[in-house]
Design a binder for this molecule. Structure first.
Ligand code: ADP
Ligand code: MG
Ligand code: ZN
Length: 485
């Protein structure tokens, strides 16, 4: 490779998402919050892996998986097969995980993502159902060290979404993850609560000389639990592998972990192969058959997807693309905006700007999410109507919003109470202007002699003498008439 050849990174992501069903994937145990529930309280002989028990497929989990697969534009397999993935680990009581292997539920989908370079279609290789493992807690007390097993999470329905190696930067990988989170939340199948580990990522990274038509050896980074970790780990791997390639070396295929504190990847093992798992069809479960009636029924209940909603907001409310993109970041944001835009006389772009600017600044300052916002869309709409009608000016509007946010009063109560109503009465403004002109004869004659910059000074005097409550457009017009007429 010539030293000046650019290096291209290739990234494919495997995403694991908990399905927020009431019960587990193959038994009737409830799905509990494993960060708070008493350990091993949501466990039965099936998810504890006792001999002789039989799993039963959770209908709701399959339906959730179908929602995701359809939203990702996948081809759904009428018949898919559960398989045993055999390996030993203390958090896996059966000694195997029930997953899908050769015949997954869905294949060949795609997810559009919005990058700084525009919209890109990331192909989805497969979507399949499996069960989660338990959780281990390692401890050390004095000279006693050990590990505790909690099986509350064992057997929870898990969806695995595998992309094609279609991404090229750490940022793209992050955006793909965020876009998927938004989609799963919109579909109501996952809470998106990253702190609780309900979405986990594995990133596969390789590099090659730019323009090459082959793929290099991949390194798989396991167990990334946040978008920040995902982006940093991929960034680090790309830099590490590029260095090896530039020095004429070969990247070894391996599995690594991410050390958040040290900011580097750490080798765990050389890459395992599929045959190490001795996959075979799960003999205790029938093939999973989803007929076209069921698929059509699920399809008909899909909500409007985020990228579709974004386009609709852009067209229906004539919004700039950036605002529409910000509004669909969370479903609640777009809901708030639509309620606001419907309730107000102000034009929609103005409404979006108030919401994304002034209102979001207040939410940030008070560290509140939008669904805890003390100002309802209808209350904000009333305020915007007053600004649009010229009853109060922009600056007063912002002050009123601050007070609405902290005090809970309505816009008109605050405006009346604080005497903020804007003066648009022309006769009254004409009189104020007359007084200012009479009090400043030198400036007036200098202006008329050609020092036109003095207009702004005179304008400022009028505004000052009305405590900023004069309607600025009216003052401008009347002042010009007086001076030039
Ligand atoms: P496994 O289940 O063993 O990890 P898969 O074949 O299912 O293997 O691939 C997993 C992921 O690795 C997919 O997202 C795929 O896009 C990605 N991938 C495969 N080859 C490469 C490569 N050379 N570079 C980067 N990503 C890759
Ligand atoms: Mg993998
Ligand atoms: Zn159970």
């Amino acid at each position: 490779m010539r030293p000046d050849t650019p290096i291209e990174a290739i990234i494919g992501l495997e995403v694991h998402a908990e399905m927020q069903t009431a019960s587990k994937m193959f038994c009737g145990c409830p799905v509990v919050d494993f960060t708070t529930a008493e350990p091993n309280t949501a466990v039965c002989p099936v998810c504890a892996g006792m001999p002789g028990v039989l799993p039963v497929i959770n209908h709701q989990a399959v339906e959730y998986a179908l929602r995701v697969a359809l939203a990702l534009d996948c081809r759904i397999a009428e018949t898919s097969i559960f398989a045993r993935k055999n390996y030993f680990y203390p958090d896996l009581p059966k000694g195997y995980q029930i997953s899908q292997y050769e015949f997954p539920l869905a294949e060949e989908g795609r997810l559009p993502i919005r990058t700084p370079q525009g919209v890109r279609q990331i192909r989805v290789r497969r979507v399949h159902l499996e069960e989660d493992t338990g959780r281990l807690t390692h401890y050390q007390e004095g000279e006693h060290a050990g590990s505790l097993v909690d099986l509350n999470r064992a057997g929870v329905a898990l969806l695995e979404i595998v992309s094609e190696p279609d991404m090229h930067t750490a940022l793209e990988a992050r955006i793909y993850g965020e876009t998927l989170r938004r989609l799963l939340r919109t579909l109501g199948v996952n809470s998106g609560d990253m702190q609780k580990g309900v979405m986990r990522f594995e990133a596969n990274v390789s590099v090659r000389p730019g323009g090459a038509d082959w793929l290099g050896n991949r390194v798989e980074i396991k167990n990334l639990n946040s978008f920040r970790a995902l982006e940093r780990a991929v960034e680090y791997e790309i830099a590490r592998q590029s260095e090896i390639l530039r020095n004429g070396g070969t990247v070894a295929q391996q599995t690594v972990g991410w050390d958040e504190a040290r900011g580097q990847t750490v080798i765990q093992r050389s890459k395992e192969e599929a045959h190490d798992y001795r996959y075979f069809p799960e003999p205790d479960l029938p093939p999973l058959v989803v007929g076209s009636t069921w698929i059509d029924q699920v399809r008909s209940t899909l909500p409007e997807l985020p990228h579709v909603r974004q386009e609709r907001l852009q067209i229906q409310y004539s919004l700039p693309p950036e605002s529409a993109a910000l509004l669909v970041e969370e479903p609640e944001h777009a809901d708030y905006f639509e309620a606001l835009a419907t309730a107000t006389q102000a034009d929609s772009t103005t409404a979006a700007n108030w919401m994304l600017g002034a209102l979001f600044a207040l939410l940030n300052a008070h560290n509140l999410p939008l669904n805890a916002c003390p100002v309802t869309p209808q209350a904000l709409a009333t305020l915007l109507d007053m600004v649009t009608a010229g009853e109060i000016n922009q600056n007063s509007g912002r002050e009123v919003l601050n007070e609405m946010f902290t005090g809970g009063q309505s816009a008109s109560e605050i405006v009346t109470h604080r005497g903020l109503r804007q003066i648009s009465d022309e006769a009254r403004l004409a009189q104020v202007i007359e007084e200012i002109l009479q009090a400043n004869p030198q400036q007036v004659s200098a202006y008329r002699a050609g020092k036109t910059g003095l207009f702004h000074w005179l304008f400022g005097q009028v505004m000052k003498s009305t405590d900023g409550q004069a309607n600025p457009q009216t003052v401008q017009r009347l002042l010009r008439e007086k001076l030039d007429g």
